[in-house]
Design a binder for this molecule. Structure first.
Ligand SMILES: [Zn+2]
Length: 213
């Protein structure tokens, strides 16, 4: 669950920095699996989002024309300063499909919208990429947790469980090795389904905002 701002921080900022300003995050009280579930309910955003530590993209604006950018994630049409000091555009910026963040996000989203997510990741099923097996293992808590901004091993295991069920639901008989390798961790994730209904008590969301549609 995101823990960016506690209640103490909010009250301190109102007392010492700006009275009347209510500082909050609408996602703070949710688990990452809940955020992924809600995001998948808005499929039009799946092709344009990026959550990757080394996004790839071809720059089409002269004189940069760099073929491989490794900058902060950018949405289409967003203008950034290139490493050459010139303005360039990451029109085809996309996930690398090889970093820890890509594996984590791919797994969480595949629990709900596997086909659309695969398309968003260059039409590649990350579950079938053997070189990613150590990352899957680490994200499930069976090796040193990556020093990356990713969620908990429990969320990873729960999402793998649901992703496996998605494959079975559509009649896919082939299960990639990652599901066999993590079989025990995935099966025991049945007891984690409560995470989808769990809401943190201290969301700091103003009452007027909560009640509006
Ligand atoms: Zn990546």
């Amino acid at each position: 669950m995101l823990d960016i701002l506690g209640g103490e921080h909010a009250s301190a900022s109102q007392e010492h920095i700006a009275r009347g300003v209510h500082y909050f995050s609408p996602l703070q009280h949710l688990w990452e699996v809940q955020i992924a579930q809600r995001f998948c309910e808005q499929p039009k955003y799946l092709p344009v989002f990026i959550s990757c530590n080394q996004p790839e993209g071809a720059c089409h604006v002269a004189p940069c024309q760099s073929q491989q950018h490794t900058s902060a994630p950018q949405l289409k049409d967003e203008i950034i300063e290139s490493g050459h000091g010139d303005k360039c555009r990451l029109e085809d910026s996309r996930q690398c499909g090889r970093c820890e963040k890509c594996v984590f996000v791919y797994t969480l989203l595949s629990a709900h919208a596997p086909a659309a997510v695969k398309e968003a990741f260059n039409d590649e099923c990350l579950f079938e990429v053997e070189e990613l097996l150590p990352i899957f293992k680490a994200l499930c808590g069976l090796a040193q947790k990556p020093m990356e901004c990713v969620g908990t091993p429990e969320e990873m295991r729960l999402s793998l469980l649901l992703a496996r069920e998605q494959r079975r639901r559509i009649g896919q008989t082939y299960l990639p090795p990652v599901f066999e390798m993590l079989h025990d961790s995935i099966d025991s994730a049945q007891e984690l389904l409560w995470m989808f209904d769990d809401v943190g008590p201290n969301s700091l969301i103003p009452g007027s905002w909560k009640n509006s549609d």
